[in-house]
Design a protein around this ligand. Structure first.
Ligand code: ME8
Length: 642
C-alpha cells in the first residue's frame, strides 16, 4: 500500500431534509483527518456528496409538489453552504444524479451481471423506506424495522438479485486477516456475527418507482439506492473512465460512517468490490451517535440541532472544537448547549485565548511587541521544549488510531503547561530587575515559540483560529503550506513583530445565554481573563449577589494544589473558609488583616477536597498578575458592598 496517500470519504447524505449536527460531526472529523494527513506531508483526497435517488426522495418531492430533481437541487445547495460555513475542504462532491455517477453505477452493475453474480428473480418481503432497507420477516421487531423502529411495507416485485452468499466466506476470511478493516473492534464483532448468521442474496433493483439509475440491461428497473450510493466512492476518483486517477487513489484508506450504516459498508460494499475483483478499503470506521441531551435526535421529538444556527451564534471553531474534543471517537456522545459553552469558555477562552492575550500584552510592554532572541535555556525551559516536541509525536500516534479527542487533550495539556510556565517564570517580576533582561528575553521567546507550534498543531482542527493566532504572532510563512516538521522547536525567528489583536475567544456569558451558571470550580479557581458581552442585567439581578467585606484572619497553602490558598475570613457575624486560585500572586502572610470583597451567597463547593464558602473578587492586569479587590480597615467586616 502506498503510505504516502490518504483517500478518505464520508457517507453521502440523503437530501431528505436539511443536515443536522450529526452530519456535521462526521464531516468535521473527516475534514480534520484530511487536513492532518496533508500536514503530515501526504497526498490527500477527501470525498463527500449526496445520495439523491430512491423511493424516500421521490415521495418527499411529490408531497412538496416539485420534481425530484428540483427538490434535490435545492437541498444539495444547502449541504454545500453548510460545508462552506464549517470550513470543510473536500476535493470532490459526488451527486448521485450526475451523469458521471450514473455511468459508474451502470458499469459496476453490468460487470457483476456479466460475471454471473446478478440474476433475475421475484422478491417478496418487507422494505423500510426511511432506511431504504430490505428485511426478511424473521428480522422484524414487533413487525417494524429493526434499525429505526418505523413501519415497513410489503414489497412484491420482479427484481435482480446479487449473490452476496457466494462471497460470505471470502469476506469473513478478509475480516479475520485484516483486523484494521472494521473498526472499532466492538463493531467488527457485531458484523462478524451478522455474516455468520448467513447472508441472503440482495435485491438490487426496483420496479415500483423510477427515481434511480436504470438497470443497463432492463430499463423497467432502477438500481437499488444503496448499490447506487456505495458506488460513489469509485465515481469520485474517476471510475471507470479515468484509469490513471482511479489507480492512484483506490483503495480508500478510510471510509468514515455512522454505526447504523456499518452493515452496508462492511458487507454489501466489500462484496461488490470482491465481485469486481477490486481491493477492499483499508478501514471502515463506524463512529457513535451524537445525542441531544442524551436522547437520539429526531424531527418528531423536535430536538434536531441546526449547525448553521450554532455557527451564527458561536462562530465556527467552537462548534468544530466541541465536536472533535468532547466526544470520545467511536462512542456515542452528547451534545448540549451547556457543555458547548463550558468547553468554549474553559478551553478556548481561558486556556488558549488567554495565553495569547496575556503573553502579547507582556511582550508589548517589555519588548515593544518584538520577539527577543533567547539566551541560556534553564531547566524549566528545556522541560517546555521537550513537552512541545513530545506533543507532536503523541498527537500523531493518537490520530493514527483515530483517537482525535485524546490527541486534542494532549495538545491542551501543552497549552496548560504554557500558562503554568508563565505563572512559574513570572515575567512581570523579571521585568522589574534590569539584571534579569536576558532571562526575560528567554522566557518570552519560549512562550511565543510554544504558541507558534500550537497554532501549527491546531490548524487541522480549528483552522480559522489557527490563522488568527498566526496573524497575531506576526508570522509571515504561509500557514497552509507548512508541514509537521515546521512544528519542531526553534522555528520562531527573533525580531518577529507581533500584532496584538482582539481576544480570539471572548468568554461566553453563560447566564445570558441560558440562565445557567458556570461550574463552581471554574468560577472560583479561575478568575476570568476577559469578560466581554453586551448583556445587561437589571438591578434585581445584581441584588441577588451578596457582596460583603471579609477580613482575612488566616491564610495557608492548600494541601493538594499549588495554585490555591485556603483563607479564614471574618464576615461580621461568622467566619468562613474560602479557597482561591491566588497562590501564585500572594504569599499567605501578605493577606492577613486585609479587607477583601467576597460573594457570600455562592453555593459552597469543594476545591481539591477543601470546602470553599464564597468567592473573592480580584482583577488581573494585562500581564496576568492578579490583584485582590480591597477596602480600607475603616469598613467593618460583614458590610454589604452595594
Ligand atoms: O445513511 N450522530 O445518509 P444519512 C452522528 N445516504 N452521526 C450522524 C447522526 C448522529 N445523530 N445523524 C447522522 C445515509 N449522522 C446514506 C449514506 S453512504 C454510501 C450512503 C451521520 O443522510 C453519520 O455519518 O441518513 C451517519 O452514518 C450518516 O450521517 C447518515 O446520513
Amino acid at each position: 500500500m502506498d503510505n504516502n496517500k490518504f483517500y478518505i470519504t464520508t457517507p453521502i447524505y440523503y437530501p431528505s431534509d436539511k443536515l443536522h449536527i450529526g452530519h456535521a460531526y462526521t464531516t468535521t472529523v473527516a475534514d480534520s483527518l484530511a487536513r492532518w494527513h496533508k500536514f503530515l506531508g501526504k497526498e490527500v483526497r477527501f470525498l463527500t456528496g449526496s445520495d439523491e435517488h430512491g423511493q424516500k426522495i421521490q415521495r418527499i418531492a411529490k408531497e412538496r409538489g416539485v420534481t425530484p430533481q428540483e427538490y434535490v437541487d435545492r437541498i444539495v445547495a444547502s449541504f454545500k453552504d453548510l460545508w462552506q460555513r464549517l470550513n470543510i475542504e473536500y476535493d470532490d462532491f459526488v451527486r448521485t444524479t450526475e451523469a458521471r455517477h450514473q455511468r459508474a453505477v451502470q458499469e459496476v452493475f453490468q460487470r457483476i451481471y456479466d460475471k454471473g453474480d446478478i440474476y433475475k428473480s421475484k422478491y417478496k418481503g418487507w422494505y423500510c423506506t426511511p432506511c431504504e432497507t430490505f428485511w426478511v420477516e424473521s428480522k422484524l421487531v414487533d413487525g417494524n424495522c429493526p434499525d429505526c423502529g418505523r413501519s415497513v411495507e410489503l414489497v412484491e416485485e420482479e427484481s435482480y438479485f446479487f449473490k452476496l452468499s457466494k462471497y460470505q466466506d471470502r469476506l469473513l476470511k478478509h475480516i479475520k486477516e485484516n483486523p484494521e478493516f472494521i473498526q472499532p473492534e466492538s463493531r467488527r464483532n457485531e458484523m462478524v456475527n451478522f455474516i455468520k448468521d448467513g447472508l441472503e442474496d440482495l435485491c438490487v433493483s426496483r420496479t415500483t418507482f423510477d427515481w434511480g439509475v436504470p438497470v443497463p440491461i432492463d430499463d423497467k428497473h432502477v438500481i437499488y439506492v444503496w448499490f447506487d450510493a456505495l458506488t460513489n466512492y469509485l465515481t469520485g476518483i474517476g471510475f471507470p473512465d479515468n484509469q490513471e486517477l482511479f489507480s492512484k487513489w483506490w483503495p480508500a484508506e478510510l471510509h468514515l460512517v455512522g454505526k447504523e450504516i456499518m452493515r452496508f459498508h462492511t458487507i454489501i460494499w466489500p462484496i461488490i468490490l470482491l465481485a469486481l475483483d477490486l481491493p477492499l478499503p483499508k478501514t471502515v470506521f463506524g463512529h457513535g451517535w451524537l445525542l441531544f441531551d442524551n436522547d437520539k435526535m429526531s424531527k418528531s421529538k423536535g430536538n434536531v440541532v441546526d449547525p448553521i444556527a450554532l455557527i451564527d451564534e458561536f462562530g465556527v471553531d467552537p462548534i468544530r472544537y466541541f465536536l472533535l474534543r468532547e466526544i470520545s471517537f467511536g462512542q456515542d456522545g452528547n451534545f448540549n448547549r451547556t457543555a458547548l459553552i463550558e468547553r468554549t469558555n474553559a478551553d478556548l477562552a481561558n486556556d488558549l485565548g488567554n495565553l495569547l492575550n496575556r503573553s502579547l500584552s507582556m511582550l508589548n510592554r517589555y519588548f515593544d511587541g518584538v520577539i527577543p532572541a533567547p539566551k541560556q535555556l534553564e531547566e524549566i525551559d528545556q522541560a517546555l521544549v521537550k513537552a512541545a516536541n513530545d506533543t507532536v509525536t503523541r498527537m500523531t500516534a493518537l490520530i493514527e488510531q483515530l483517537k482525535i479527542n485524546e490527541a486534542l487533550a494532549v495538545l491542551w495539556q501543552l497549552i496548560g503547561r504554557g500558562n503554568k510556565y508563565i505563572d512559574e517564570t513570572a515575567p512581570w517580576a523579571l521585568a522589574k530587575d534590569p539584571e534579569k533582561q536576558d532571562r526575560l528575553a528567554t522566557v518570552m521567546y519560549c512562550i511565543f515559540e510554544l504558541q507558534r507550534i500550537t497554532a501549527l498543531l491546531l490548524k487541522s482542527f480549528i483552522p480559522e483560529t489557527s490563522t488568527k493566532i498566526w496573524q497575531q504572532l506576526g508570522l509571515s510563512e504561509d500557514l497552509d503550506k507548512l508541514l509537521v516538521d515546521a512544528a519542531e522547536w526553534g522555528g520562531l525567528k527573533p525580531g518577529t513583530a507581533t500584532q496584538k489583536g482582539d481576544p480570539i475567544f471572548p468568554r461566553i456569558d453563560v447566564k445570558a445565554k441560558q440562565g445557567d451558571t458556570p461550574k463552581p470550580e471554574q468560577a472560583q479557581a479561575e478568575p476570568p481573563a476577559e469578560t466581554q458581552g453586551d448583556n445587561l442585567v437589571d438591578i434585581s439581578d445584581f441584588a441577588k449577589l451578596e457582596l460583603v467585606i471579609a477580613r482575612v484572619i488566616s491564610a495557608e497553602k492548600h494541601p493538594n494544589a499549588d495554585r490555591l490558598l485556603k483563607l479564614k475570613v471574618d464576615i461580621g457575624d461568622s467566619e468562613r473558609q474560602i479557597v482561591a486560585g491566588i497562590a501564585k500572586h500572594y504569599h499567605p502572610s501578605e493577606l492577613i488583616g486585609k479587607n477583601i470583597v467576597i460573594v457570600a451567597n455562592l453555593k459552597p463547593a469543594k476545591l481539591r477536597g477543601e470546602v470553599s464558602e464564597g468567592m473573592l473578587l480580584a482583577a488581573s492586569s494585562p500581564d496576568g498578575k492578579l490583584e485582590l479587590v480591597t477596602v480600607s480597615e475603616q469598613i467593618a467586616p460583614g458590610s454589604r458592598v452595594k
